[in-house]
Design a protein around this ligand. Structure first.
Ligand code: ADP
Ligand code: MG
Length: 323
């Protein structure tokens, strides 16, 4: 059983960034309006995620760490939908199988908080403790009991960059939540969480990017497109400036990138790539995102229409600009 736990943990938890992603998404699900993430040494030694969300009632804490124990499943249709989306209620159990986890949580209904410690899937303690409303997870020594997996990790700097990318995407896709990211004691990112995407872009990328944005909004038959593209002067030598979200989730998509770049045709030199933060909203069903929890792939029902709509919205917006 222990071996099975460790193997399945590897599917969801590949690296420190996977831990941060899962814990932060849980904080978002818990209704948090402020989330702070702190890492040391690229998250390999230490990850802390603190939220002001609904908290976990004491009697449910140890259940939450059992595999397949998601609270999101309320009916058999839910179960199906959750499987399709790749949510399987196994993040906490997977993390606890391969690290030392300390959890402090308090609901607003409870007078005291709880502190729970679980290491390598073994429960160590559950005690009462004073705590503010919300939840803090501390994950120490990732893969301490699976040295083979630990060996696959890159340097602390590289692992830290993966986490920083994840924090940026989460902050861009949730401008209504205030995010703080601290690495080795230094604050790397802070967003106000007042709900404005433009403010979030400013807080993440700085003034030089925020000054060169063009708002985009268009309604197509099967989806709506909304967000910002950069003026043609705003470029990078790779696609890391291209941020696409579908129904609130970050995706990487060759099709969307190609369509965006088609829209910039004639404005950009070879091997230069534009800036964008674009959200595509599809009614349920016509898009299939995240078939696996660690992947960010996407399949469209009508790929040609998505491509044409995005490319033409971008090229028209660039034609209309005044700068
Ligand atoms: P899932 O998110 O798919 O339900 P997880 O293993 O990520 O599965 O989490 C298990 C459960 O633990 C969640 O369904 C939720 O009830 C609870 N939980 C986890 N993190 C938090 C949090 N930050 N605040 C409140 N509840 C949480
Ligand atoms: Mg989860």
């Amino acid at each position: 059983q222990e071996t099975i736990d460790k193997i399945s943990a590897g599917e969801v938890i590949e690296r420190p960034a996977s831990v941060v992603k899962e814990l932060t998404e849980n904080a978002i699900d818990a209704g948090a309006t402020a989330i702070s993430v702190e890492i040391k040494e690229g998250g390999i030694d230490y990850i802390r995620v603190t939220d002001n969300g609904c908290g976990i009632p004491r009697e449910q804490i140890s259940l939450a760490f059992l595999p397949h124990s998601t609270s999101k499943i309320r009916s058999s249709e839910d179960l199906l939908a959750i499987h399709l989306l790749g949510f399987r209620g196994e993040a906490l159990s997977s993390i606890a199988a391969v690290s030392r986890v300390e959890l402090i949580s308090k609901t607003s209904e409870s007078l005291t908080g709880s502190r729970y410690v679980i290491e390598g899937a073994k429960e160590i303690s559950l005690t009462e403790i004073g705590a503010p409303d919300g939840t803090t997870f501390i994950v120490r020594q990732l893969f301490f009991n699976t040295p083979a997996r630990r060996k696959f990790l890159r340097t602390a700097a590289t692992e830290g960059n993966y986490i920083s990318d994840i924090m940026e995407r989460l902050a861009l896709s949730h401008p209504g939540i205030s995010f703080r990211f601290i690495s080795n004691g230094k604050q790397k990112m802070a967003t106000a969480g007042k709900g404005s995407l433009k403010d979030a872009i400013y807080q993440i990328y700085g003034r030089s990017v925020a000054m060169d944005l063009l708002p985009v909004r268009c309604e197509r038959e099967t989806y709506t497109l909304e967000g910002f593209i950069g003026k043609p002067s705003l470029t990078r030598g790779n696609r890391s400036f291209e941020n696409f979200f579908i129904n609130g989730r970050y995706v990487r998509s060759q099709l969307l990138s190609k369509a965006l770049e088609e829209g910039y045709k004639g404005y950009m030199m070879q091997h230069q790539y534009p800036f964008c933060v674009l959200e595509l909203t599809f009614p349920d069903g016509s898009v299939d995102v995240n078939v696996h929890p660690t992947k960010m792939e996407v399949r469209f029902d009508d790929a040609d229409e998505v491509y044409a709509g995005l490319a033409s919205a971008v090229s028209q917006r660039l034609l209309m600009r005044e700068d």
